[in-house]
Write a protein that binds this ligand. Sequence first.
Ligand code: OAD
Ligand code: ZN
Length: 246
Amino acid sequence: SGVERLGDMIAEAKRIVPFTGAGISTECGIPDFRSPGGIWTRNRPIPFDEFVASPEARDESWRRRFAMEEVFAAAKPGRGHRALASLYRAGKVPAIITQNIDNLHQASGVASDHVIELHGNTTYARCIGCGQAYPLDWVKRRFDEEGAAPNCTVCDEPVKTATISFGQTMPEDEMQRATALSQACDLFIAIGSSLVVWPAAGFPMMAKESGARLVIVNREPTEQDDIADLVIRHDIGETLGPFVGN
Ligand code: OAD
Ligand code: ZN
C-alpha cells in the first residue's frame, strides 16, 4: 500500500524535508483555502496593495481575523503535525517548510528555528512599516476602542497580522533556507497542499530536480502529481498517524 511504501522510503531516507499546506490542519478545525467550504470559497483574498491603500480593507481584514480567533486559539496539533514532530525528534527531519500560518508545527514540539514559515504567522501582528511586533490582544483592544484597525505606535504605519498576503514580498531568509533544504534532502514530502501558489509551489519541484524522492500526500490531485515518485491520495491523519512515535 501507499503507507507501506512511504514507511520504506522514510526508513531509507537520511534527510527528510516535509513541506506542508492547509490540508494538514483541517483535522484541527482550521479550514483550508480551496476545498468546498474553504476560505477562498467564502471570501475573496485582500491583496497587499489594497490593505495598504484602503482603511476599509484593513478593517475588513481584521474583522475576518477576529472572527477566526476561537478556531485558531482552540486548535491543537493533529496526527500529521505529531508524526512530523516524531521524525524531527528522531533526527530525520532537519526542518519543516510550511505555507501555514497557524503555529501548529511549533505547538507540536518543533523548535521555531526549524519551522520555515513561507507565508508568515497569524498568531501575532506586525507593523508593515517598521516591523514592530504586536500581540493580537493589543490590536483587538485598539480596534474595539477606536472602531478601526490601529496604526503602529512607533511609525504610524498600518499594523497587519504577521502573514504574507498576495502581492506582498516573500520573506528573504525563509526563501533562502527553504531553497537550501529542498536542494539538499533525499526525501521531500509535500503534505496537504494544492501546490498552486507560487513561489512556494516551486520547492517540491526543486527537490525532485535536485535528486530527492518526491512524495505527495493529498486528498485531491495536485499540480505536481505527475513528477512525484509516490502519490498518496488519502486522508493525512490516517496516512501519517502510523508515524506518530515518541
Ligand atoms: P489549499 O486549500 O489550496 O489546498 C489544501 C489541500 O489539502 C486541498 O487540495 C485538499 O484536498 C487537501 N486536504 C484538506 N484536508 C485534507 C485531509 N484531511 N487529508 C488530505 N488532504 C486534505 O491550501 P494550500 O495549498 O495550503 O497563501 O494553499 C496555499 C496558499 O494559498 C496558502 O498558504 C495561502 C493561500 O492563499 C496565501 O494566502 C499567500
Ligand atoms: Zn511601525
